[in-house]
Design a protein around this ligand. Structure first.
Ligand code: RB5
Length: 144
């Protein structure tokens, strides 16, 4: 797998899974930019979704990972930024198709919905899969 710089952020509901994913990213040899949160105290997921999206949009990381309870709220925040395509994924197939069809650059995961092993598999597949291009290119352009 090619080494990729990956930014990661979560709210309190996702902080434990974020820790697991940071470890997995480092084990795989990726460069990690951890934008918090780093405690279980309650925080607002938009703050972390916006911070992550700003990092990806500014080129401080090639890909991003956001984690909250469902993956939904934090992905909505991230998707408000130009050039960011965050996809909530629940399994390897959704992670693969988010890359192949949507050229997603941010993986969103729900810590209250999926287990650690499934989350790690989503992460590995998301980082290892290329955009398919072809008929998907114009569709993704329309997302901009
Ligand atoms: C926090 O309780 C929860 O609302 C948040 O983690 C997320 O699931 C929102 O979409």
């Amino acid at each position: 797998m090619t080494t990729t710089s990956v930014a990661i952020a979560s709210d309190h509901a996702g902080v434990a899974l974020k820790g697991v994913l940071v470890e997995e990213l480092r084990t795989l040899g990726h460069e990690v930019l951890d934008l918090g949160t780093n405690a279980t105290a309650s925080v607002d997921y938009p703050d972390f979704g916006h911070a992550l999206a700003e990092a990806v949009a500014a080129g401080r990381a090639e890909r991003g990972v956001v984690v909250c309870g469902t993956g939904i709220g934090i992905s909505i925040a991230a998707n408000r930024h130009a050039g960011v395509r965050a996809a909530v994924c629940h399994d390897a197939t959704s992670a693969r198709l988010a890359r192949e069809h949507n050229d997603a650059n941010v993986l969103a995961l729900g810590a209250r919905l999926i287990g650690e092993e499934v989350a790690k598999e989503c992460l590995r597949v998301f980082l290892a899969t290329d955009f398919a291009g072809g008929r998907h290119t114009g569709r993704v352009a329309k997302l901009g």
